[in-house]
Write a protein that binds this ligand. Structure first.
Ligand SMILES: O=C(O)CCC(=O)C(=O)O
Ligand SMILES: [Fe+2]
Length: 311
C-alpha cells in the first residue's frame, strides 16, 4: 500500500448550479466520485475568501490558549470536546464545537474559553459553519436524487446536527514523515474538510493506493462517513484516510461533520434493497454505535460498523 502521487481526487465545481442541466451534470459527477472514491474536492465559492483566511487566524488564537483552558472544552459525547496529548499521535490536537451553525451555541462555547467571550471568534466559526452547511445540503440532495430516494430528503436533513471540529497538527520538525492522525473512516453522514496550505491528508482508494491531497485555498474535501455508507446499502464508499506530517509548519484543518442525532434510527430505505443488493446493515442508533466504537475493542476494529450491525 504505497503512496501514489500521480492519482488525484476528483474535482467538482459547485459554482454554478442555477440551471437544471448544470445541476444534473454536477449531480452525476458527485455520484460517480462517491461510489468510486467516497470523496472528492469541491470548489464552492459561497464561503468568501476573507472568511477562509479568518478561520485560520481563529484556529491559531484557539490553539494558542493554555492547555488548562483548552481542556475546558468538554462534551458529553466522545470525541466532541478537546482531544490531544495522545502518545500515538503526539502532533495532533483538536476541539469540537457542537451545533456550530447556531450562533448561541458557538457563543456559549467561546464564553467557556474566554471569560469575556470572543465575538470575532464566534462570528467567524459560526458564519463559516453556516455557509458550509449549504454545501452539505446540496451534496445530500444530490446523493438522494441519484439514488432515486429523494422522498426521504427532509427526514434525512432533519436527522442530523453539525459538529465543527478544528484540528492542529504540529510540524514534526524532521524530514521524516510522522503520523498525524491514524487511519480511520468517518462514522457520520458527510464530512467537509478545509485546511491551510500544509499537506498531509491521504485517502485510500478501493484498490489500496494512498492518494495525497494537494490543498488549494478554493477547495473543500467532501467525504462520506460510515452512516451514509450503511444507509445507502453500501452504494457509496466511506474511505479510509489519515494525516501524515513532515517539515516544520503546523497544519490547521477544520471538519464540518453532519452527525445523526441520538435516538434517530438509521435504516436503509427499502428501495435500496433488492436481490442484487441484499441488506448489508441492520437499523442502528448512531450514538449507541459510538459507544461500541469508543470501547478498546471498537478502537482496534477497522470495520466497527460492520461488527456492530452488519447483516
Ligand atoms: O485534518 C484532516 O484533514 C482530517 C481530519 C479527519 O480525518 C477527522 O477529523 O476525521
Ligand atoms: Fe476523518
Amino acid at each position: 500500500m504505497g503512496s501514489e502521487t500521480t492519482r488525484k481526487l476528483p474535482v467538482i465545481d459547485f459554482t454554478d448550479l442555477n440551471s437544471l442541466a448544470n445541476w444534473e451534470a454536477v449531480k452525476s459527477k458527485v455520484h460517480e466520485a462517491l461510489v468510486e472514491y467516497g470523496c472528492f474536492e469541491a470548489i464552492f465559492d459561497k464561503v468568501p475568501l476573507d472568511l477562509r483566511k479568518e478561520i485560520f487566524a481563529s484556529l491559531e488564537e484557539l490553539f494558542n490558549l493554555p492547555l488548562q483552558t483548552k481542556l475546558l472544552n468538554v462534551s458529553k459525547k466522545p470525541y466532541h470536546g478537546y482531544v490531544g496529548q495522545y502518545p500515538m499521535v503526539p502532533l495532533f490536537e483538536s476541539m469540537g464545537i457542537d451545533d456550530a451553525n447556531v450562533s448561541e451555541k458557538v457563543e456559549a462555547m467561546a464564553n467557556i474559553l474566554w471569560p469575556d467571550g470572543n465575538p470575532s471568534f464566534s462570528k467567524t466559526i459560526n458564519s463559516f459553519s453556516e455557509q458550509l452547511s449549504e454545501l452539505d445540503h446540496i451534496i445530500r440532495k444530490m446523493v438522494l436524487e441519484s439514488l432515486g430516494v429523494e422522498k426521504y430528503l427532509d427526514e434525512h436533513l432533519h436527522s442530523t446536527n453539525y459538529l465543527l471540529r478544528v484540528m492542529k497538527y504540529k510540524g514534526p520538525e524532521t524530514s521524516d514523515t510522522k503520523l498525524g492522525l491514524t487511519t480511520h473512516s468517518d462514522k457520520n453522514i458527510v464530512t467537509i474538510l478545509y485546511q491551510n496550505q500544509v499537506e498531509g491528508l491521504e485517502v485510500l482508494t478501493k484498490d489500496g493506493k494512498w492518494i495525497s491531497y494537494k490543498p488549494s485555498s478554493e477547495g473543500f474535501v467532501v467525504m462520506i462517513g460510515d452512516s451514509l455508507h450503511a444507509w445507502s446499502n453500501g452504494r457509496l464508499h466511506s474511505p479510509f484516510h489519515r494525516v501524515m506530517m513532515t517539515g516544520n509548519e503546523a497544519r490547521y484543518s477544520t471538519g464540518l461533520f453532519s452527525i445523526p442525532k441520538g435516538e434517530y434510527i438509521i435504516k436503509t430505505p427499502e428501495e435500496l434493497v433488492d436481490e442484487e443488493h441484499p441488506l448489508l446493515f441492520k437499523p442502528f442508533d448512531h450514538v449507541e454505535f459510538l459507544k461500541y466504537y469508543y470501547t478498546e475493542k471498537g478502537q482496534r476494529d477497522q470495520f466497527a460498523l460492520r461488527t456492530y450491525c452488519g447483516v
